[in-house]
Design a protein around this ligand. Structure first.
Ligand SMILES: Nc1ncnc2c1ncn2[C@@H]1O[C@H](COP(=O)(O)OP(=O)(O)O)[C@@H](O)[C@H]1O
Ligand SMILES: [Mg+2]
Length: 302
């Protein structure tokens, strides 16, 4: 229903430039020959894993890397202002699916995506979508922290400067607020103009979270954000996730089931490119419906 209006919209310059830059990236056109997926709406309370208003709706999502299919018919509703964890053995498509939510896979040559992903009712694979704007709304933090070789201040201010903010006082406020949100301010406030690469691993990861928060995203994608960190830094990131969920919709990939159990409200179990089961975290870990989920959480494979 919500997709119809986008079918006839012309392609914008930004998107056509992107396609020209990367001609192998084929986002399937809407319309002819496509099977319309089940009704998409955002009032699916009571369905598995849906605990409030739905922010991200996925239907019928297939993804191929060349000839290799990495996602199969993914259908999932992600609740706003909750933490949703993706678990499953290595190579089952968790990162791939996460990247479809801010179209990071567009950057990989030979990727073909079909199906639908809607955020706040907007089809993010519509042809005229402003991908830069999308990535502002849907921020991402990676497994390996990747600060720019610049100062702490410049790292956090970066996104806002790119967006055109020139006012130094405003940027200072953004930097302070974001570092506070990322629970890093107290540790770095006296060395904002020192290089970010001098920070510890755990601090660098919180800096990357601050950098993502500085552009005020609504959804935060985190791909194994603590897997390279020591237990103390991991605990800090987990506390941070807990605090951030009152303002953000958080989706975290983790191969650590204890972590999923600690931080998430909803858990989705992936296996070989399929979403096997999704539900309230407690239910998934104590009383899974599917045998594959049970085998995985009890350590029988993966
Ligand atoms: N850029 C890529 N090119 C080709 N194949 C890929 C690429 N990224 C991931 N894959 C493949 O897709 C499958 C899913 O990978 P991934 O999403 O990284 O899984 P997970 O995050 O669950 O470990 C794997 O078989 C992986 O080898
Ligand atoms: Mg991964």
């Amino acid at each position: 229903m919500l997709t119809v209006s986008f079918l006839i919209m012309p392609q914008t310059t930004a998107m056509s430039e992107m396609i020209q830059e990367n001609p192998k990236t084929a986002i399937q056109p809407r319309g002819e020959g496509r099977v319309q997926s089940p009704e998409i709406r955002s009032d699916r309370f009571g369905e598995p894993g849906v605990r409030g208003p739905v922010k991200v709706v996925t239907r019928d999502l297939d993804l191929f890397y060349g000839a290799k299919q990495a996602l199969r018919k993914i259908a999932l509703d992600i609740t706003e202002r909750q933490v949703t964890a993706f678990i499953g053995p290595s190579g089952c498509g968790k990162s791939t699916y996460l990247r479809t939510l801010n179209r990071m896979n567009d950057l990989i040559p030979g990727v073909k995506i079909t199906g639908q992903v809607h955020i706040d009712g907007v089809d993010i694979y519509q042809k005229n979508l402003d991908v830069v704007e999308l990535r502002k709304r849907v921020g991402m933090v990676f497994q390996k922290s990747n600060p720019f070789p610049k100062t702490i201040w410049e790292n956090v201010a970066y996104g806002r400067r790119i967006m055109g903010e020139r006012n130094k006082a405003t940027l200072n406020e953004v930097v302070e607020k974001s570092l506070k949100q990322a629970a890093l301010w107290e540790e770095v406030k006296d060395r904002l103009h020192h290089g970010a690469l001098g920070l510890s691993g755990g601090q660098q990861q919180r800096l990357c979270i601050a950098r993502a928060l500085a552009v005020e995203p609504e959804v935060l994608l985190m791909d194994e954000p603590a897997s390279a960190l020591d237990p103390i830094s991991t605990a800090k990131i987990e506390e941070l996730i807990f605090e951030l969920k009152s303002s953000y919709t958080i989706i975290i990939v983790t191969h650590n089931m204890q972590q999923a159990a600690r931080v998430s409200d909803v858990t989705a179990f992936f296996y070989m490119g399929e979403l096997i089961e999704v539900g309230d975290t407690r239910a998934i870990f104590t009383n899974p419906v599917k045998k594959q989920t049970e085998d995985y959480i009890t350590g029988r494979f993966g």
